[in-house]
Design a protein around this ligand. Structure first.
Ligand code: GLC
Length: 736
């Protein structure tokens, strides 16, 4: 027997050796990837190289079938795998096996402040992409939340560069572990939807490096992202999809990015810039990427026939296209040609429950006076659920992140699922928004049209509210144009469809009122003092209703914290007070680094709810913060330790936040900046020591003159907070 095993092993080694000898280098996975790239490149014709650099269909680009190099298949989006579309149509192709699990929007992921949740998110969405044989996921989006009107903030991770930088990295690792590239977008300065294709953003270097670049830098240098998507807007007069400064100088030159740069769809506008300014793959719809095209439109792309002609004439050297193709081949060897990558899975209950877990960890309890929440089902026998968002499908719409979900549990369904056997649940519409259209030929599957007048709807809602023990109003924004939707921004901070009036009437009708706000942006809350309980629940995807119900009744203890500031009014936001938003083709970010809490603290404005705010059904006490040294040098690290105790009667998680304040500096700096956080779970009465370690990077600002980060010696303060406005402890230290 032993002899047989030995002979078998010798044979296998022989075959492997033989096959390795027979395999061309580019197919030999035992060879270094760079060697395989050069070998593949040497075998390709000029036409094959150029064909790789531009789309061949809506979401794919050519491989080299002659060499066994597969096509590249891209898919939206950051919250789930988009339905299959026709070869050259935005409309979905009507497949019957591409209904995905819709995961929570990335604002929800950011609100978990949990890198574990981010890794889980990347893993499960990567598995869905892999199973659908897509090798590039067009996400995550990490553009900074500069204005609460931006239609796409729901796709991003908030206002703070440190939080976004920490949360984007595990997501990328989770996705790429499946042999699928994360394509981090939109690089860079795409902070609004109004004029997104044309606005030229002017921003000083310090603001660019301190606020708008960090998340992309972390994605590249810590996340090792395999792809980056250029933004539509311009910076320094060049479109971001082919931008010497952003792509060649910073992304490649300063950060050492070795992945592939993909244009946004229709984001390419200039032949020579698209050839020389850092772009590798041009995607879009038709010729100019957006308007109606002609047949064989893809031949008319900037990086197609005209590029080939320039190469053939010698006006552009072949090394220029080789540079692009090397990056595209590196993507292939990391993904489609990696024979060891897993197979993925799709539409599974495991993925649905992962989405629910992320949702439950991301829901933020903003206010809970008189402990209206959690709902005590021993006491409560009649629950009124009011509001259009309790029944409205939210996975369809919103632009490119729209999904054909396998299922979606609405808030009303989730509440009925959870408490229907213990309490009577009555629904009233409360208000009616405009009918949400289908998108990409995908309907919402529901007809929630309601022709009753505003007054009739309010009368019905108040009647239902008066009869109930507790009232749950589910409102907020939706994925319609002009709400949380790509391609446009909101025109005001307030809730649409007369919701404020409905809420005010409900508050008079029943003191046990809970407002559940579904949105990806801050909204004005003029009724904040009349409503005892307020929950910020994001677009939560497939398991939305079950996650919301779980928090409402206390099965799960809310632990989310806001990833962006809720201003009382729009003028309390820097982009609106100073920043020229939305600009007129030109827009200067005059507010500079003072975005979000950095602005409100500088201007001494009290926000409605602060960055990092979120309550729990239990309580926590904080001890003193102790530094392991009083003086540090630029080569040191310094640690801050604080004891956190659960002083309530149920298990809960707290997110301990570390802010750093530079007490004296040669430049104006924010009052304080987030430089560390840790989410800790505690049983009742349990106490844990939380330690956060920082180095000089946490003390530094970007010196534009030196074009480098500078940590000035002097005195600093470390502040431990349960939010940016709820500081529990602080201690001084100095940098020598
Ligand atoms: C869109 C979006 C981008 C998306 C792409 C493909 O215009 O800006 O985020 O991935 O086109 O749908």
């Amino acid at each position: 027997m032993k002899l047989k095993i030995i002979m078998l092993a010798v044979m296998c080694i022989g075959v492997m050796h033989l096959s390795a000898q027979q395999l061309p280098v580019y197919l030999d996975e035992t060879k270094p990837i760079e060697q395989r790239i050069e070998d593949a490149l040497s075998r390709m014709t000029l036409e094959e190289k150029v064909a790789m650099c531009h789309a061949q269909s809506k979401f794919s680009s050519a491989g080299v079938s002659r060499l066994g190099i597969p096509e590249n298949w891209m898919t939206d989006g950051p919250h789930g795998i988009r339905a299959e579309v026709f070869w050259d149509e935005w409309n979905q192709a009507g497949w019957t096996n591409d209904s995905c699990i819709a995961f929570p929007a990335l604002t929800c992921l950011a609100a978990t402040w949990s890198t574990d949740m981010s890794l889980l998110y990347g893993k499960v969405i990567g598995e869905e992409a892999r199973y659908r044989n897509k090798n590039v996921l067009l996400g995550p989006g990490v553009n900074i939340y500069r204005t609460p009107l931006n239609g796409r903030n729901f796709e991003y991770m908030g206002e703070d560069p440190f939080l976004t930088s920490k949360m984007v990295v595990p997501y990328i690792h989770g996705v790429q572990a499946n042999g699928v590239a994360a394509c981090v977008k939109h690089f860079a300065l795409n902070n609004q939807e109004i004029d997104r294709h044309t606005v030229n953003v002017n921003v000083d270097d310090r603001t660019l490096y301190e606020i708008y670049l960090p998340a992309f830098k972390a994605a590249v240098q810590e996340g090792q992202a395999w792809a980056i998507m250029g933004a539509y807007n311009k910076y320094k007069g060049e479109w971001a999809c082919h931008n010497q400064y952003l792509l060649n100088d910073i992304l490649r030159g300063e950060w050492g990015f070795d992945g592939v740069v993909v244009s946004d769809w229709g984001g390419v506008n200039n032949t020579m810039q698209s050839i020389y300014n850092g772009l590798d793959m041009e995607f879009g719809t038709w010729t100019d990427g957006l308007t109606d095209g002609i047949s064989n439109a893809y031949d008319n792309y900037y990086l197609s026939k005209s590029f080939l002609k320039l190469l053939k004439s010698g006006e552009v050297k072949e090394e220029v296209v080789d540079k692009k193709v090397r990056n595209i081949l590196r993507l292939a060897f990391r993904s489609t040609m990696n024979t060891k990558r897993p197979w993925g899975s799709f539409g599974t209950q495991e993925h649905a429950l992962a989405g629910r877990k992320i949702a439950e960890e991301g829901i933020v309890l903003l206010q809970n006076k008189n402990n209206v929440l959690p709902i005590d089902l021993a006491e409560v026998k009649k629950v009124a659920v009011i509001g259009e968002n309790a029944i409205k499908v939210m996975t369809v719409g919103g632009g490119s992140s729209s999904l054909k979900a396998k299922y979606e549990v609405s808030p009303l369904e989730g509440i009925k699922n959870r408490i229907g056997s213990q309490a009577e649940v009555i629904y009233a519409r409360g208000y009616a928004g405009e009918k949400s259209g289908a998108q990409d030929g995908l309907g919402t599957g529901q007809d929630i049209s309601d022709n009753r007048s505003e007054a009739e709807l309010i009368v019905e809602a108040v009647k239902v509210a008066k009869e109930a023990d507790v009232v749950i109003f589910v409102g907020g924004l939706n994925k319609n144009d002009g709400q949380d939707c790509e391609g446009n921004d909101r025109s005001s901070l307030g809730l649409p469809y007369g919701q404020d009036k409905v809420i005010a009437e409900l508050a008079k009708a029943n003191k046990n009122l809970v407002v559940v706000n579904i949105s990806g942006n801050a909204v004005a809350m003029p009724w904040v003092n009349e409503v005892p309980a307020i929950m910020q629940v994001w677009y939560l995807g497939t398991e939305a209703g079950n996650a919301i119900a779980s928090i409402l009744v206390g099965d799960a203890n809310p632990s989310g914290k806001l990833p962006f500031t809720f201003p009382v009014k729009l003028e309390d936001n820097g982009a609106h007070k100073l920043g020229e938003y939305p600009g007129n083709g030109e827009e200067t970010y005059n507010e500079g680094i003072f975005v979000g809490y950095r602005w409100t603290e500088k201007e001494k404005i009290k926000p409605l709810f602060a960055f990092g705010h979120g309550l729990s059904y239990t309580t926590f006490s904080y001890g003193k913060v102790v530094a392991d040294k009083k003086e540090m040098t630029v080569s040191d690290k310094i640690s801050f330790t604080v004891n956190i105790k659960n002083t309530g009667n149920r298990e809960g998680s707290e997110i301990v936040q570390l802010y750093i304040s530079d007490l004296k500096s040669s430049v104006v700096r924010p009052v304080k900046e987030l430089k560390g956080f840790q989410k800790v779970s505690l049983k009742p009465g349990e106490e844990k020591a939380v330690t956060i370690i920082i180095d000089k990077a946490a003390l530094s600002f970007f010196d534009a003159d030196k074009h480098d980060w500078v940590a000035e010696s002097g005195d600093f303060e470390a502040l431990i907070g349960a939010s940016s406005s709820d500081i529990k402890a602080k201690t001084g230290f100095s940098l020598r």
